[in-house]
Ligand binder design. Structure first.
Ligand code: 5GP
Length: 138
């Protein structure tokens, strides 16, 4: 995979405001926060998208995410937040190294704004789709 700005941050080649680090995970403040406390949680494994991440790296991120959410709540006093994880440029991923955003939602105007274009799941398509996805997990 291509080297990214997050690879450089992980290796300490460019600075960041670090909030957590262990053997597998680094978390630091986003340079352009949507709200105060907006942070990024990054596996050190250099996978581009979540589907490419190893089970071990995914487990390491999952283990610390709730703790980091609690820490952001405690530090900002903001109880509500979004966890966002983008995959691929059309899905708004700008940095091709897996990362989870933790974004406090202090007010309706601050933090993450979401477009949510609802459609309806049709019966037979739903059944077929669920079956196809279930088969692909095996
Ligand atoms: P994405 O759109 O890929 O999900 O989000 C990438 C995030 O990385 C953006 O929120 C952006 O502000 C943040 N970001 C990009 N470059 C840097 C950097 O050099 N340092 C930090 N701390 N954050 C960055």
């Amino acid at each position: 995979m291509t080297d990214t700005v997050f690879g450089k941050i992980i290796r300490g080649e460019i600075p960041s405001h670090k909030v957590y680090e262990d053997e597998h995970v680094l978390a630091f403040l986003d340079i352009n926060p949507l709200s105060r406390g907006h942070m990024l949680v990054v596996p050190k494994e250099p996978a581009e998208t979540l589907d490419q991440l190893s089970d071990a790296a995914a487990a390491a991120v999952g283990r610390v995410l709730p703790r980091l959410c609690r820490a952001v709540i405690a530090a900002t006093g903001v109880r509500h937040y979004n966890v966002l994880q983008n995959n691929g440029a059309p899905a708004h991923q700008a940095v091709p190294h897996v990362h989870f955003h933790i974004i406090p939602k202090p007010t309706s105007r601050e933090g993450l704004g979401i477009g949510w274009p609802l459609t309806t799941l049709e019966g037979q398509d739903g059944a077929n789709l669920a079956q196809a996805i279930a088969a692909a997990t095996r």
